[in-house]
Design a protein around this ligand. Structure first.
Ligand SMILES: Nc1ncnc2c1ncn2[C@@H]1O[C@H](COP(=O)(O)OP(=O)(O)OP(=O)(O)O)[C@@H](O)[C@H]1O
Ligand SMILES: [Mg+2]
Length: 233
């Protein structure tokens, strides 16, 4: 089943007097369990596309289905609920709250989701354990390395059991070793059936996914299959 379907998505931004089209008729279907990478040069529209997929922005035209539901005309509150229930986000710069411990950062989406305190702590601890941080739960972000912060962010993204994990340059702020650890976690999540959509401009990182799409000047090109999986026509 498809988790995500984009039909002819266009996005225009006003730049000076003229609207400039930064996404041009993007069509994309992501099946449950797929692990995709989208590559493209700076300014090609990657973050714009990710923001639309992540319900943080709306397209100028085209339509978008997430988990079988058309997202047209939903209110901001409805979109926020969909983000909370169906999507997990990982960003280049982690976006952790600096005054909260790793555990409290991970538990936060569950608080917004109305989960009680005991269950929040248990599930957050479980999520941190799954990324190898059971001994760092009470650390603040500034007491953790970049790679550890990103693992906290992954635990936070996964704690609500999302349908789709969205990652925008998840290794962009990390050295090669820490970046590879993040890719090992993504691979393990994928092997467990998680659907992952990752943006990167590093070919070695994109090659960790099962399929690579390229975006150039707002146009998305059909994916190439990598990682030894069979090629598509
Ligand atoms: N709010 C905005 N207003 C006007 N133009 C914008 C806005 N946001 C993005 N753009 C333009 O849209 C284009 C795509 O931007 P986007 O941030 O999606 O690129 P990107 O592929 O993520 O680049 P990078 O790799 O540098 O992060 C760029 O030309 C950018 O200038
Ligand atoms: Mg970007």
């Amino acid at each position: 089943m498809a988790i995500l379907k984009l039909f002819d998505i266009c996005k225009d931004y006003q730049q000076g007097k003229e609207p400039v089209r930064v996404l041009k008729n993007v069509n994309l279907t992501v099946e449950e369990g797929e692990y995709l990478a989208i590559m493209g040069p700076s300014g090609s529209g990657k973050t714009t596309l990710m923001n639309i997929i992540g319900c943080l922005d709306v397209p100028t035209s085209g339509s978008y289905e997430l988990d079988g539901r058309d997202l047209k005309d939903l209110s901001d509150d409805e979109l926020a609920d969909i983000r909370n229930q169906k999507l997990g986000f990982v960003f280049q710069n982690f976006h952790l709250l600096p005054k909260m411990t790793a555990l409290d950062n991970v538990a936060l989406p569950l608080l917004y989701g109305g989960v009680g305190q005991k269950e929040r702590r248990e599930r957050a601890a479980e999520a941190l354990k799954s990324v190898g941080l059971e001994e760092r739960m009470d650390f603040l972000p500034n007491q953790l390395s970049g790679g550890q912060c990103q693992r906290v962010a992954i635990a936070r993204a996964m704690v609500g059991k999302p349908k789709l994990l969205l990652a925008d340059e998840p290794t962009g702020a990390l050295d090669t070793k820490a970046g590879n650890q993040i890719m090992e976690i993504f691979r393990a999540l994928s092997n467990e059936g998680m659907t992952i959509l990752m943006i990167t401009h590093e070919p070695a990182i994109a090659a960790c996914a099962d399929k690579i799409y390229h975006i150039l000047d707002g146009e998305l090109r059909t994916g190439e299959t990598v990682g030894g999986k069979s090629h598509e026509a």
